[in-house]
Design a protein around this ligand. Structure first.
Ligand code: ADP
Ligand code: GN1
Ligand code: MG
Length: 361
């Protein structure tokens, strides 16, 4: 096990009332290091999420935190009078100097959020009702940000969803074959190469730039424990200008298959049409008011392109020797790539039905 950082020391750098009780690693994210940290506030337990930002992935943590501060502030203002407003937007805890981050002696950046209680995330979808709630909540998030005042948000990772560039990165990883693994991924490489023409679909459509989340994995939205209702969108590192369909596409990728992203039994990986229908209805209920006809028409294609894109990224990282995504077993990135490509096949097989559903909106 990796050594746990001194979270008590990190805690002292933030404006937190109460006595530090304990901390444990938390969640299944692939990028940052997340901890759930407990405090005692005059006999009352209170909890926080501490995160060490991965600055190999996010090169400018200060600009990233400026984005998150502006976005959460805007959400809070707009949600102010509604019920449950305190849980519907992340709340940053300021550091002692007032800024929303702390840089430790080793050069790592930390941030602290209020822990959202009585809600949780899931790594795999269990019901169409959950799919509906996730899509409704991400759609509401996009809607609430349509009037974020200028200036433009920082691009925390440039060209994050530029699928043709992701394809080019894959071909470079293949040419380098740094970990000598290409021979172990021959069918996946063939699949990737054959799908190059798909990569340009969204960019070629001339769609409007919006403020989007860009990482709308099912486990980046919290659902209420008691009611299952969507509460809060989390993991805001990649909120920046993008296409609405990047977000819808990643919902299709992570919220239509019944199994987690790293499932090894590919027979279980399938795009379930009832889940897609629920996603479409949920997303339309909050985003339908601002989406253009072209965006609506391309909802099924978004799932295809974004699933292919993340599959290409997993494959490239496998070939490069697992330098980007956290891995927990040998071949983990290749397993993830395989589920993505299997899901692309399943989407392709059901494209006609998916388009028919969208035309009914
Ligand atoms: P990563 O970027 O590594 O995916 P996330 O921000 O998604 O990190 O956090 C990882 C997990 O921690 C989430 O899936 C969620 O379960 C939990 N989590 C994150 N923020 C909060 C919060 N404010 N309240 C409760 N749980 C949270
Ligand atoms: C990463 O941070 P997390 O685990 O929510 C990645 C996403 C991928 C996802 C695949 C900044 O998301 O782009 O789609 O893994 N985030 C970043 O599971 O690269
Ligand atoms: Mg996450």
């Amino acid at each position: 096990m990796k050594d746990q950082p001194d979270l008590r020391a990190v805690a002292r750098q933030f404006q937190i009332l109460g006595d530090f009780v304990g901390a444990e690693p938390y969640g299944t994210g692939h990028i940052n290091d997340t901890y759930r940290v407990a405090f005692d506030r005059g006999g009352r337990p209170v909890r926080f999420i501490f995160q060490r930002i991965n600055h190999r992935v996010f090169k400018n943590p200060v600009a990233l935190m400026e984005n998150i501060q502006r976005v959460t502030g805007h959400l809070r203002t707009k949600l102010a009078d509604g019920p449950d407003a305190a849980r519907q937007a992340l709340t940053l805890i300021p550091a002692q100097g007032g800024q929303p981050w702390h840089r430790d002696a080793a050069g790592n950046y930390w941030r602290v959020y209020d822990f959202i209680e009585r809600a949780r995330t899931y790594d795999a979808v269990e019901s169409p009702a959950q799919a509906f709630e996730a899509a409704k909540t991400f759609g509401r998030f996009q809607h609430l940000l349509t009037d974020l005042p200028a200036p433009r948000l920082h691009d925390t990772i440039p060209d994050f969803h530029h699928t043709p560039k992701r394809f080019a990165e894959f071909t470079r990883a293949l040419a380098a074959d740094a970990a000598n693994r290409a021979q172990l991924a021959a069918p996946e490489i063939e699949f990737a190469l054959r799908h190059q023409p798909v990569t340009g679909t969204l960019l070629a459509a001339g769609l409007p730039e919006r403020i989007t989340h860009n990482d709308t994995k099912f486990n980046n939205v919290m659902l209420d424990d008691a009611t299952g209702v969507g509460v809060c969108v989390i993991d805001l590192d990649t909120v920046m200008p993008g296409l609405a369909l990047y977000d819808f596409g990643d919902m299709v990728r992570t919220t239509t298959s019944p199994v987690p992203e790293d499932e090894r039994d590919l027979a279980k990986v399938t795009m379930q049409l009832p889940m897609f229908a629920a996603l479409v209805r949920g997303y339309w209920s909050t985003a339908g008011g601002f989406l253009t006809p072209a965006e609506r028409r391309l909802l099924p294609d978004a799932g295809n392109v974004i699933t292919l894109e993340i599959g290409l990224r997993f494959l490239a990282d496998y070939l490069a020797g697992d330098t980007y995504f956290k891995v927990h077993r040998p071949g983990h990135n290749l397993d993830r790539c395989r589920t993505q490509f299997r899901l692309v096949e399943s989407i392709e097989q059901q494209a006609v039905q998916m388009h028919r559903l969208v035309e009914q909106l």
